[in-house]
Design a protein around this ligand. Sequence first.
Ligand code: PMP
Length: 399
Amino acid sequence: MKEMELAERLSRISEPQTIKMAKLSRELKAQGIDIVDLSIGEPDFDTPAHIREAAKKAIDEGFTHYTPVAGIPELRKAVVYKLQRDNGLEYTPEQIVVSTGAKQSIANAVLSIINPGDEVIIPTPYWVTYSELVKLCQGEVVFVPCSIENKYKITPAQLEAAITPKTKLFMFSSPCNPTGSVYSKEELKALADVFAKHPQIYIMADEIYEYINYVGKHESIAQFEGMQERTIIINGLSKGFAMTGWRLGYLAAPKSVAKAAENIQSQFTSATSSITQRAAVTALNGDLSTAHAMVDEFRKRRAFVFEQLSNIPGLQLIEPDGAFYMFPDVSAFFGKSYDGEVINNADDVCMYLLHKVNVSTVTGAAFEQPNCIRLSYATSMAKLEEGMKRLKAGFAQLS
Ligand code: PMP
């Protein structure tokens, strides 16, 4: 039978390497191979008990029907409360749209703003999904490569140089996936000063790793004069509350963008799960002690993994200030070989580590930084110890 012809837009996007690598690791594990999986992008902790209880209660009370598309009123209010409490930002509930994960919030934002031909500036390394959504909307992606010397953060001069009259949107994450870099208040202010000269540009600030910060208080670019009116904050419960499977994200935006996002979502998915929303009200209104306990544990693992990786000759890395990833530059190993096979790039390094020492990582090419690989330390200390042992042996075997 002749294959159905798919839409042209599919040729513009690809499956995320992060998801591909997770799939490959699962397949090898299913074959009985003992894989140390450092490719994962989610906390290994359970969702806190009080949040789980709120969900059980919602089920028992029969709170299992459709809700308003942008979220139940108590939840939109809880997000407003959180933005005030944690970020000192004043919003109204109509500016909040709750979605099925932050990923959908980002999609809602891009679909709401981008016309064909609009330019979108993305500092790299960056999180895989941003560019694919822009391409789906036929926008033009403008990557700005950031250097390890500046901890992979964009400088004001780089930003200024990338802006054209066609620039519509700037997308970034802080803390950053994949680098773990965190923009300081001063760095964000310097970027805001550049944006002040270019009022046509929206800013999408992905703050999903907000609570996973080892250097101090999270800062949002929306706090600076004139910025809140043009910033779309993306956040959610996946990382800070260990709730990846619950699917809850949100955006906080100017009213017009929030309304547009709600319209789009009303045609794609409607509201996220009613049960998840009840749990989210409890999470956001509650204190952050469980998030802090999780971060304390991540801090220990980060110190351990950073020390171990720093001792592997050839790896070049920065100590990440947030999130739960290390992003070492492995280019010193390009041109080396094993069993007669030459390692040409970061993809080859990842495949070598996966098949020869059974550690799964993600190639930096996925994040537009082809000299690096990404390792997640959101796994138990025992697994990290074993993983580091294998990595050391693996890199030592390359000659
Ligand atoms: N932004 C970044 C930077 C992420 O790393 C992720 C998850 N990997 C998301 C957004 C999406 O999170 P969610 O599970 O809420 O869709």
